[in-house]
Design a protein around this ligand. Structure first.
Ligand code: CS2
Length: 489
């Protein structure tokens, strides 16, 4: 059996490794949400920045729920293998940016100390859309969210994002330590703004004297983050061992493409992420909308319809002609809702997405993307549908995506096999109604999910009902073929 990865000594020449002396760089970032996406994206950019420009910018990674990430990384001194898989081959790289890996459950004091440390100048986050506890309708806290409930009840024993950040900002202020910059890296539109709104509302309820301080002193730059990162499987670990000759419990695999657009507002400094290709701009919104509506919108559409049609992976979807036609239709409809994106040609962006989705080496599950639809559909499908309506453009592609999602929320495949919806609003989505009209009306009545512009529009409603009704009656395959036919004509 190969030795476990714990140092870069003796790695094969073909494996890239940190081009800096890890021990001479201190920690400057606490990252909340130590999952595959962070390890494939921001930690890699930080590794590049450290090599190019140095600085005390290594990362203390924290997982808020599971202890597994820290159990995997700690025996490896924070090192892990990043496997980048493109059409032209597979590369392995050992990343050194993570200095410490902690779990809130088991290393609570160390996490709190790291959040309060004067050396911590940035707290970044990838906790998924549902992790924040934002009420999207009000922009404030979601009082039904378990972490918000527990943090409001016991603000001095914080468990969730809002509680931890507000508590730490309060402690820093009391100790005369400058606040950290808060960098949200999840797929939410205006993600910095959303997180700011959440913290202000949380502070108003739990620590009112901090509200104005947070409003005026803490920076929340927005970012658009992009790298397709499948959930890790046993094959990932086997491949890492093959490529490096080391066992690595923390290996991740991802595509070769990576993109990061960041609003340049870091009063407490930042790593030289531009060394890794990050673009700094004053307004991220056009890039975020492009990515959320085109990449993520097409992803959600293909995940629901592809899963129902029996495709386990995105690469299988890309071998299904009808679905590819629908992805193209979706991408151009989504592109038509966007404001111009500086420096980006949307037709070329769409072609690149088709290439990326078709990557034969990535086992990216449709079931993974299908997770948490209630948290994803608003920004990916409903917001562009509202914009398309304003512009007098066709709503068909968005109505199809909505119908496929609604069919998926029923929790059973066409052969009757049940699957777990994996959605925090699963209970609200569940209905006894089995007819399309009943299902659509039920979901339209859930507060804060489908925008009123859509629910009030008879044409939209009728289109979704008709498409869902046809899927229920004739099956997804028949509808895919029909929709693709009209997409091509
Ligand atoms: C995907 C994203 O799981 C999903 O919902 O659409 O995780 C997607 O792969 C990333 O945003 C790509 O950057």
């Amino acid at each position: 059996m190969s030795p476990r990865l714990a140092t870069t000594d003796g790695l094969p020449e073909t494996v890239a490794r940190p081009r800096y002396d890890r021990d001479t760089h201190g920690v400057g970032i606490v990252h909340l949400g130590l999952g595959a996406f962070h390890k494939a994206h921001q930690a890699v950019a930080t590794d590049d920045a450290l090599a190019a420009a140095g600085g005390d910018w290594r990362i203390a990674g924290v997982s808020l729920r599971s202890a597994a990430p820290s159990e995997e990384l700690t025996p490896q001194n924070g090192l892990y293998t990043l496997i980048e898989r493109g059409r032209d081959g597979t590369r392995a790289r050992v990343v050194g940016a993570i200095a410490r890996a902690l779990a809130l459950r088991t290393d609570r004091q160390a996490v709190l100390d790291a959040l309060c440390a004067p050396e911590t100048r940035i707290v970044s986050l990838t906790v998924t859309e549902k992790g924040y506890g934002v009420d999207r309708a009000s922009g404030g806290v979601d009082l039904a969210h378990p972490a918000i409930q527990s943090d409001l009840a016991a603000p001095d024993a914080p468990q969730g994002v809002a509680g931890l950040l507000v508590w730490a900002l309060g402690r820093r202020r009391a100790a005369g330590v400058a606040p950290f910059t808060v960098l949200c890296c999840d797929n939410l539109p205006e993600n910095g703004h959303v997180l700011r709104g959440l913290l202000l509302d949380f502070a108003a309820r739990a620590a009112p004297d901090l509200k104005d301080f947070i409003a005026s002193e803490v920076a929340f730059p927005s970012t658009m983050v992009d790298r397709i990162t499948p959930a890790r499987g046993a094959e990932t670990l086997a491949l890492a061992e093959d490529l490096t000759g080391r066992r690595d419990e923390a290996a991740v695999e991802t595509e070769t493409f990576t993109q990061w657009v960041i609003e340049d507002r870091f009063p407490t400094g930042r790593p030289a992420w531009e060394a890794s290709g990050a673009i700094f701009v004053t307004d991220v919104r056009p890039y975020e909308d492009m990515k959320l509506r085109m990449l993520n919108g097409a992803h959600s559409m293909l995940a629901y319809s592809g899963f129902l049609a029996g495709h386990a992976h995105v690469r299988d979807v890309m071998r299904d002609e009808a679905l590819v036609a629908l992805i193209r239709r979706h991408l151009s409809a989504a592109a038509a809702t966007l404001a111009p994106v500086p420096g980006v040609g949307l037709a070329g962006y769409a072609e690149d997405l088709i290439e990326r989705f078709a990557n034969p080496h990535l086992a990216h599950q449709t079931y993974q993307i299908a997770m948490d639809g209630s948290q994803k559909m608003p920004q990916r499908i409903f917001a562009p549908a509202v914009e398309a309506m304003r512009r007098g453009q066709s709503l068909e592609p968005f109505a199809f995506a909505a119908a496929a999602w609604l069919r998926y929320t029923l929790g059973r495949a066409e052969d009757g096999a049940a699957y777990d919806l994996r959605d925090p609003r699963a209970a609200a989505l569940a209905t006894d109604r089995a007819d399309a009209e009943g299902i659509v009306r039920h979901v339209e009545a859930i507060p804060g999910l489908i925008p009123p512009e859509l629910t009030a529009d008879a044409a939209w409603h009728g289109m979704v009902v008709a498409k869902l009704s046809r899927i229920l009656q004739d099956g997804i395959r028949a509808v895919l073929v029909d929709e693709a036919g009209s997409a091509r004509s």
